[in-house]
Structures are given as structure tokens and as C-alpha cells.
Design a protein around this ligand. Structure first.
Ligand code: BJW
Length: 233
């Protein structure tokens, strides 16, 4: 395999599927029972905050109960052993990359285990529930919401992500459907600045045609194989 010095990895819900966390758009996915406009928009939250807080309280508990799988652990090994530049951009709000041993992780759609006070703008590590309106540890207001990015909101650290994409010589997308922007546009941004692009997914995604190469299979098999090859094992 060619030698790469600067890798950007994008991950989506598919990498955590084998840890028991549901994806969004599968037939039995999260949005089958919870329509996206109800639970993943600021308008839905304004309409029915209790429903939305319950939905995320339940998913926060599922994240706490889940364990990293072989794909998260392989990326953790890549982070420890790869001598070049690496950034793992995840759309997932779970903490399984970190528990799988990776440190260079950026949560572009926020984090399940963080709460955001809409009164004072503070963010706090959070493992409990939010539906009961707990006071913000900084200002005391009962105005905490999940620290996640809903449709119509700006994903986090976009400048840093696009700077990394433009410097990358390899962009790898793992377990994402390519249905949500701006993440779905990263493959084009990486290609435009000369990066090689590789997709690892269970099935072809909406953006498969934009990648130099697509490998199909479960992340728990494809990701360790790919990491072994990058590390020259
Ligand atoms: C496996 C596997 C296994 C399964 N192994 N693989 C019209 C055109 C273009 C854009 C827009 C438009 N109208 C509106 C927009 C913008 C909008 C958007 O993209 N809408 C689309 C519906 C078109 N985007 C936004 O609003 C974003 N903000 C924004 O654009 O701001 C302006 C801006 C402008 C310019 C620059 C920057 C910003 C915000 C998007 C926020 C998304 N939030 C969510 C919810 C987060 C909270 C929560 O967790 O509930 O993020 S939506 C949801 O989708 C979640 C995910 O991160 C995201 C992506 O989903 P993902 O991960 O791809 O999951 P799935 O289920 O779709 O796919 C799973 C994949 O895994 C599948 O491919 C399977 O095959 C695979 N798989 N098992 C390997 N074992």
C-alpha cells in the first residue's frame, strides 16, 4: 500500500452499529419511530421539549451501556501507532472512539455525554437525564439541552475540519450514508485538493461514486484490515 502522511477519517453511525447503537436511516433505524423533524430540529425541541429530552436521555443511557467494537479499537491503535498527522472526525455523539483508545477525535455533531446551557452558553459533562430540568452548574438556570447539532444548526469546528481535509493525502469514510451535509461533501473537498479517497461501508452509499475506492463489509472487519495495511502489518 502507498505511504500516507496525513489522514482524515470520517465516521458515521455504521461504525457503532455492531456495538448495539442503532443507525438513523435503516429500516429499523432511529427515525422509524421518531420522525427526524420531531427530535432532530430546534423547531421540534421548541414544540415538545419533554419528548426530545426523553429521546436523548434514553440514547445517552444506551451510549453509557455500549462498548467499543473492533473498528473503534483499530482506530485507537492507528492513533497510537501512526507517525503522521491524523484527525478522526465523527458525526456520532457516542464516546466509543475515545473508549476505543483514540485521542485525535473531533465530534462535529456534538456529544451525548455533554449538556449545553442555553442561558449562559456553558457546556458540562453529563451522564444523567435532562428531562427533569436540572440546574446548570454554572448559572443555575433550568435551561440545559443536549449538546448536539440538529438540522439547521452549524456543525462544530468546520474551519479546523476543512483545513485538515485540504492537507490530507488520504480521506477515509466509514459507516456513513452520505445523506447529511456538510459531512457528505468532505469526499469532494478532499478530492479537490488531491487526496486519495476510500469508503468502508456495509453497502454502497449516496456518495459512493465520488470515492476512488469503496470496500463493502462490516466495519468490525474492514477497519482492522485497513489499519493493519496502513501500519504495514
Ligand atoms: C455499516 C454498518 C456496519 C450499518 N459496518 N457500515 C439540501 C441540500 C443540501 C443540504 C441541505 C439541504 N437542505 C438542508 C440541508 C442541510 C442539512 C442537510 O444535510 N440535510 C439533508 C437531509 C439534505 N444539514 C444541516 O442542517 C447541518 N447544518 C448545516 O448544514 O449548517 C450550515 C452549514 C453550511 C456550510 C458549511 C457548514 C454548515 C446540520 C446537520 C446535523 C445532523 N444532525 C444529526 C442528528 C445529531 C443528533 C443525534 O444523534 O440525534 O446527525 S442527523 C443524523 O444524520 C446524525 C448523524 O450524525 C447524521 C449522519 O447519519 P449517518 O451517520 O450517516 O447514519 P445513517 O443511518 O444515515 O447511515 C448509516 C450507514 O452505516 C449506512 O450507510 C449503512 O450502510 C452503514 N452501516 N451498519 C459498516 N456494521
Amino acid at each position: 500500500m502507498a505511504t500516507f502522511r496525513n489522514i482524515v477519517v470520517l465516521t458515521g453511525a455504521g461504525i457503532s452499529a455492531e456495538s448495539g447503537l442503532k443507525t438513523f436511516r435503516a429500516e429499523d433505524g432511529l427515525w422509524e419511530d421518531h420522525p427526524v423533524e420531531e427530535v432532530a430540529t430546534p423547531e421540534g425541541f421548541a414544540r415538545d421539549p419533554d419528548l426530545v429530552q426523553r429521546f436523548y436521555d434514553e440514547r445517552r443511557a444506551q451510549v453509557l451501556a455500549a462498548q467499543p467494537n473492533a473498528a473503534h479499537e483499530a482506530l485507537g491503535r492507528l492513533d497510537r501507532e501512526f507517525g503522521g498527522e491524523l484527525l478522526i472526525v465523527t458525526q456520532n455523539f457516542d464516546d466509543l472512539h475515545t473508549r476505543g483508545g483514540a485521542e485525535r477525535v473531533l465530534h462535529m455533531h456534538g456529544e451525548a455525554l455533554s449538556a449545553w446551557c442555553t442561558a449562559c452558553d456553558a457546556r458540562h459533562p453529563w451522564r444523567g437525564t435532562l428531562r427533569d430540568g436540572p440546574p446548570c452548574p454554572s448559572c443555575g438556570a433550568a435551561a440545559m439541552r443536549p449538546d448536539i447539532v440538529w438540522f439547521g444548526e452549524m456543525p462544530y469546528q468546520m474551519d479546523r475540519i476543512f483545513a485538515s481535509l485540504s492537507a490530507a493525502d488520504l480521506f477515509v469514510s466509514i459507516g456513513t450514508s452520505g445523506a447529511v451535509y456538510p459531512a457528505a461533501g468532505f469526499v469532494q473537498a478532499a478530492s479537490d485538493t488531491g487526496s486519495r479517497t476510500l469508503e468502508l461501508n456495509l453497502e454502497r452509499s449516496a456518495g459512493s461514486h465520488r470515492f476512488d475506492e469503496t470496500r463493502l463489509g462490516p466495519a468490525s472487519e474492514l477497519v482492522p484490515e485497513w489499519v493493519d495495511a496502513v501500519l504495514g502489518e
